[in-house]
Ligand binder design. Sequence first.
Ligand code: NAD
Ligand code: ZN
Length: 353
Amino acid sequence: MVSKVVFGRGCFNQLGDILSPKRLNTKAPFIYIVDDVFQGNSWLTSRIPLFYEDKIYYISADQEPKTSQVDELVEEIILTYKDLPSGIIGIGGGTILDLAKAVSIMLTNDGEAKEYQGWDLVKHPAIYHVGVPTISGTGAEVSRTTVLTGPEKKLGINSDYTPFDQVILDPELTKDVPKDQWFYTGMDCYIHCIESLTGTYLNAFSKTYGEKAYELCKELFLDNNLSDEEAQDKLMMASWHGGMSIAYSQVGVAHAMSYGLSYLLGTKHGIGNCIVFNHLEEFYPDGVALFKKMKAKHDIKLPQGLCANLTDKEFDIMIDVALSLEPLWENALGKHWRKTISRDKLKELYLKM
Ligand code: NAD
Ligand code: ZN
């Protein structure tokens, strides 16, 4: 679990006070990995404390993080500085938070990031790392994984060293998120709740967090009485609780199939989950009905025909990726999931998208 967290509007101002006791020496910089959507945004960047050799890397979130991108950043940091950094601070959405987690791990572990995709393969503790989410929903700020696309698979580095040492939850940082993106990333949280709460892996720990996040999502996406500020505060806490819920259970059909879309077509996580979930009545009847209500209320139009022109070979790649995520299917449908899920079944579903 994340060991330290602060919450509140404006708490981003505490970053300097939080970091200064963690500085190892003047040659061991703090490295900031910041979404490039904030480049030139002095409201945010003027509050990033920079001393000695501290540095900001602005990184685009247009594509989800790759293992090769992690390796390149790590190499650049090692070649540039005499000492290992005092800390890595990620400021952005799930893409940037995952990148920051992965870089902090790979700075202290030999080899390439792709070798650590899986469960509990990390040998040494990561560099001190801090997460500052600027969009809410993925739960990446609280989770035990960092999802990376590698040469062979899209899979997280799941380990006890992955979670942030410190998280700064300042809902004010989410105020300029575009509406569509707000919905897609917010629905990631909603889908985490549905997949966790209806899954066979569910236990009391996951259920407690999942129910709270589900309640918050319903209020947020269907209630008219919330101010913008209340909605930002609540979505940030929903994301946290949704992330905690899957930490001790699993996601399900929507995530398995969305990983396939993402691997083949580069479809991003939030929108990909929405595109898939929209067609999963059969597996999640109540969850999908409510999702459609939310989608209509916020006038969200999802892209269609994504898989219309794919070749058989491309379908095979997507289906292979989806089926390889066995724990997700087992969570969704139980130990005998192979009786319900065939390659033809997945193709039929993908064709609807
Ligand atoms: P994102 O980080 O990809 O960002 C989406 C868009 O929103 C980008 O264009 C970004 O620039 C923009 N944005 C972010 N903050 C903004 C702000 N304050 N104002 C204006 N624009 C802003 O989106 P995401 O949905 O948070 O993250 C998706 C990623 O998270 C995927 O790579 C997925 O694999 C990963 N993920 C990780 C976990 C985990 O547990 N580690 C869980 C779920 C998803
Ligand atoms: Zn997700």
